[in-house]
Design a protein around this ligand. Structure first.
Ligand code: Z5A
Length: 211
């Protein structure tokens, strides 16, 4: 019988280095013989990418927090059923750029949506699917924003003020502290090589579990 694959999510604030880490981590996991599916949120399916274009479009500046949250979960519900669950069931590993923790951090911490509402949506939309490992790239807000600056027009969420991103960061850190077995907090101010080394070390126990 094929053993179920492992599910790894990457989280962090703006400019924390998730995309940079994803490329190196993908190479590492493939070199270890893992059959890997890489995806992202919001997005990762045709429907999810259409949702992404809506939620990040600066023209929708009047979008309310509830609509934003529901759109994130619409994308997630589709991604879980169309991509993540079938891959895990087939024994593939899934590396996802953000997952449900981002909704707690951004819509919960950032926008102030009560966490109980997100818990309800999580149970319903993802049937409680939780990553086996979540790598949280932690970085001071100002450093992340400086890194992300100069990439062209800011999207609808990137235009938020620093206080919003401070709430996002502290919500992520609180979630990591509350679930130390699932989360690995990585100091994202280190060099890309050091961040990758910390991330690959954090994945080691997953190999033991499938052996
Ligand atoms: N969102 C939400 O609100 N609710 C949800 O439920 C979900 C998402 C799922 C899209 O996410 C937005 O959706 C996001 C949260 C929201 N909004 N914000 N803000 P995204 O992940 O697609 O976009 P992002 O968070 O804006 O990612 P990013 O800004 O593209 O950052 P990154 O991927 O973490 O960083 P990077 O591109 O790898 O690196 C940024 C720059 O820093 C680049 O020039 C690198 O070369 C440099 N870099 C990277 N690593 C290092 C190190 N270690 N040292 C120095 N420089 C580095």
């Amino acid at each position: 019988m094929t053993s179920r694959g492992k599910f790894i999510s990457l989280e962090g604030g703006e400019g924390a280095g998730k995309s940079t880490l994803l490329a190196g981590l993908q190479r590492h996991l493939v070199s270890r013989g893992v059959s890997l599916v890489q995806t992202r949120e919001p997005g990762g399916t045709a429907l999810g990418e259409a949702v992404r274009a809506i939620v990040l479009n600066p023209q929708h500046r009047d979008m309310c927090a509830e609509a934003e949250l529901l759109l994130m979960f619409a994308s997630r519900a589709q991604l879980v059923r169309e991509c993540i669950e079938p891959a895990l069931a087939a024994g593939q590993w899934v590396l996802c750029d953000r997952f449900t923790d981002a909704s707690y951090a951004y819509q919960g911490g950032g926008r102030g949506v009560p966490a109980e509402r997100i818990v309800t949506l999580e149970r319903w939309a993802t049937e409680g699917l939780v990553p086996d490992l979540t790598l949280l790239l932690d970085l001071p807000v100002a450093t992340g924003r400086a890194r992300a600056a100069g990439r062209g027009e800011a999207d609808r969420i990137e235009v938020e003020e620093d206080a919003f991103f401070e709430r996002v960061r502290s919500t992520y850190r609180a979630r990591a502290a509350a679930e130390p077995k699932r989360f690995r907090l990585i100091d994202a101010s280190l060099t890309p090589e050091q961040v990758l080394a910390a991330a690959t070390a954090a994945t080691e126990h997953l190999f033991g579990a499938v052996a």
